[in-house]
Design a protein around this ligand. Structure first.
Ligand SMILES: Cc1cc2nc3c(=O)[nH]c(=O)nc-3n(C[C@H](O)[C@H](O)[C@H](O)COP(=O)(O)O)c2cc1C
Length: 139
């Protein structure tokens, strides 16, 4: 069984990454083979380009854009458990996480009513978000 942890903060080993690593440590202790990725250190990447390559043979269900995110998308596909970490940026996920989300989700959509998704396997997903709101602001 494989667990992949993806840090979608540009900062390595900071708040978000520490939570991702902590969750991965738990997976390792439970006997999972683990892999850790820093999205922003893996080469340049983009969000979905709407090229529709993921709807065409022989790549149905797979993003065909060849950039720094490719390895991470493959790791997500192969893992049984995926831990995504993102900082809170302006009350939302980071732009990097959003790019990853676009490419994961859009490539999986068939655009067909009969079968809506290419990939029908189950995965366990954990999304962790780190924030910096003060006690006063969240009360
Ligand atoms: C561009 C930007 C926007 C942020 N927006 C928020 C926010 O809306 N709310 C909040 O609580 N923290 C916000 N923060 C703080 C980060 O979410 C917080 O420091 C986070 O733990 C940083 O994660 P990291 O250490 O993995 O980079 C923001 C930080 C940055 C750089």
């Amino acid at each position: 069984m494989k667990a992949a942890g993806i840090n979608c903060s540009p900062r390595v080993n900071c708040n978000t990454d520490q939570m991702v690593c902590s969750a991965l440590k738990g997976c390792a202790e439970a006997g999972f083979e683990t892999a850790h990725y820093n999205l922003y250190q893996n080469g340049r990447f983009t969000g979905c380009l709407s090229c529709f390559g993921c709807k065409r043979s022989p790549h149905e269900g797979e993003c065909v854009v060849n950039d720094g995110m490719k390895e991470i998308l493959e790791a997500v596909r192969e893992a049984d458990v995926v831990i995504f970490g993102t900082p809170n940026y302006l009350g939302d996920v980071s732009a990097g996480f959003r790019s990853l989300y676009e490419r994961m989700q859009f490539s999986n959509l068939t655009y067909q009513k009969e079968q809506r998704w290419y990939n029908t396997y189950d995965k366990e997903i954990l999304l962790v978000m780190s924030s910096n709101a003060s006690e006063e602001l969240i009360r």
